[in-house]
Design a protein around this ligand. Structure first.
Ligand code: MLT
Ligand code: MN
Ligand code: ZN
Length: 351
C-alpha cells in the first residue's frame, strides 16, 4: 500500500500569485470556497506511513510541512520523516524548496543528471551539505530503489522516463534548438511498492502526449498529470503574458491534443491534475471547465488531499480470475476495479 499526500497543486507562482490581480486570484484572497488557495505542486509518498519522499521541492515547502502532521519531526530533538526529495525538473517551483531543508538533517536528493547539474552549478544549493544530503542520480528507464536517510531500502522503487518538455526558464538558450533542452530536463516518475505492487505516476510537466507515455500509464491506478493550462492561448487572451502553453512546455487540458482527450482510452483509475496555473479556469470549483474535466473522470488536486493506493498486484489477479464474469469483459472493468479500491480523503485547508 502507498499513502500519498498532495502538498500543493498550483503551477509556478501558486494560487493566488503574489502579483496577480485577476478575478480568480482575487476570489482566492477573499476566501471564496470555489477558489481555494493552493501551494505550488508537490506530493509526498510513503509506504510505511513513517518515512516520506517528497516529489518536487516547491518554494512553499516549509509551510507544506507545517500543514501536514505526517511530515513533522517525531521522537528526538532534531530530525524529519522526510527521507528524500525527488526533483523532476529544474524549474524554480520544483527546486527552490530544497533551500528550506538546510539545518543539518540527512536526506537524499534524487534527480536526473541534467537536474543534478543545475543544483551543482548553483552554489546556493551548497547549503545542503553533500555529506548529509547525498545527490542520487536517477537514470532514465530503469527502476532504482528509494533509500531511507540511513541507506536502508524504503521498499519503494522509482523509475524515471523522459517526457517532452523544456529546460528551466532561467536556463533557456535562445540560440539553441528547443532552447537547449535535452532528455532528462523534464521527467515523469513511476513509484512502485516492491512487495505489494501498488504504484502511481507523477508527471508534473509534459509538453505533449507520446505513444510511449500512453503505453506506460495505461491501466494505472493513479496518475498525477500536468494541468498547467486549460487552453494553449489562455494567458495571452487574459492579458497575463505573451506565451502559449506550447512555448512554456505544457500541454493543455482541453482540445483535440489536450490531456483529457489523450487519457480517454487509457483506462487510468484515478487521474489528478497538478501544476495548475492561476490562469486556468478549471481551478475554480464553479467553472464549466471544472465540470467538464470532472465529467471526464479527472480531479483537480488540492492541498490536503490524501490518496491510498492498495496493492494492485492482488487486485489485478483477482479481477482476472474469480471476478472475471462479474466484470464481463467490460472495457472499464480494470479502471473501475482499481477505483473502488483507492480511498481518497480531502482535508480542506483554508488559508
Ligand atoms: C513552468 O512550469 O513553465 C515554470 O515553472 C515557469 C517558471 O519558472 O516560471
Ligand atoms: Mn513549473
Ligand atoms: Zn491570477
Amino acid at each position: 500500500m502507498l499513502r500519498i499526500l498532495v502538498l500543493g497543486a498550483a503551477a509556478g507562482g501558486g494560487f493566488p500569485q503574489w502579483n496577480c490581480n485577476c478575478g480568480a486570484c482575487r476570489r482566492a484572497r477573499a476566501g471564496d470556497s470555489d477558489a481555494v488557495s493552493s501551494h505550488q505542486a508537490s506530493v509526498a509518498v510513503s509506504r510505511d506511513g513513517e518515512h516520506w519522499f517528497v516529489l518536487n521541492a516547491a518554494p512553499d515547502l516549509r509551510q507544506q510541512i507545517n500543514e501536514n502532521p505526517a511530515l513533522h519531526p517525531k521522537g528526538g530533538l532534531r530530525g524529519s520523516p522526510i527521507a528524500g526529495v525527488v526533483v523532476t525538473n529544474g524549474d524554480v517551483d520544483a527546486v527552490a524548496g530544497l533551500l528550506n531543508l538546510r539545518e543539518g538533517t540527512p536526506f537524499s536528493v534524487y534527480a536526473h543528471e541534467r537536474v543534478l547539474r543545475v543544483l551543482r552549478t548553483n552554489s546556493i544549493f551548497n547549503v545542503l551539505d553533500r555529506d548529509l544530503v547525498p545527490r542520487r542520480e536517477l537514470p532514465l528507464d530503469r527502476a532504482v530503489p528509494l533509500m531511507l536517510a540511513d541507506g536502508t531500502p524504503s521498499g519503494m522503487t522509482i523509475e524515471t522516463f523522459a517526457v517532452p518538455g523544456k529546460v528551466a526558464l532561467y536556463l533557456e538558450d535562445p540560440a539553441k534548438k528547443g532552447f537547449g533542452s535535452e532528455p532528462g530536463d523534464t521527467v515523469g516518475v513511476h513509484i512502485r511498492e516492491e512487495d505489494g505492487g501498488a504504484s502511481f505516476f507523477f508527471i508534473s510537466s509534459c509538453a505533449h502526449m507520446t505513444p510511449e507515455i500512453a503505453e506506460r500509464v495505461k491501466g494505472a491506478s493513479l496518475v498525477f498529470f500536468d494541468g498547467t493550462l486549460w487552453a494553449d492561448d489562455e494567458m495571452i487572451k487574459a492579458g497575463m503574458g505573451s506565451k502559449t502553453g506550447a512555448r512554456m512546455g505544457h500541454m493543455s487540458m482541453s482540445g483535440e491534443a489536450g490531456t483529457i482527450a489523450a487519457f480517454r482510452d487509457l483506462d487510468v483509475a484515478r487521474k489528478v491534475f497538478v501544476h495548475i496555473n492561476n490562469s486556468n479556469p478549471a481551478l475554480l470549483g464553479d467553472s464549466p471547465e471544472r465540470r467538464e474535466l470532472e465529467a471526464a473522470g479527472w480531479e483537480v488536486g488540492v492541498a490536503g488531499m490524501e490518496i491510498t493506493v492498495p496493492d494492485t498486484g492482488t487486485a489485478r489477479a483477482s479481477a482476472m480470475g474469480g471476478h472475471a464474469s462479474a466484470t464481463g469483459g467490460h472495457a472499464r472493468a480494470s479502471g473501475g476495479r482499481a477505483e473502488a479500491r483507492i480511498s481518497i480523503a480531502v482535508r480542506q485547508t483554508r488559508r
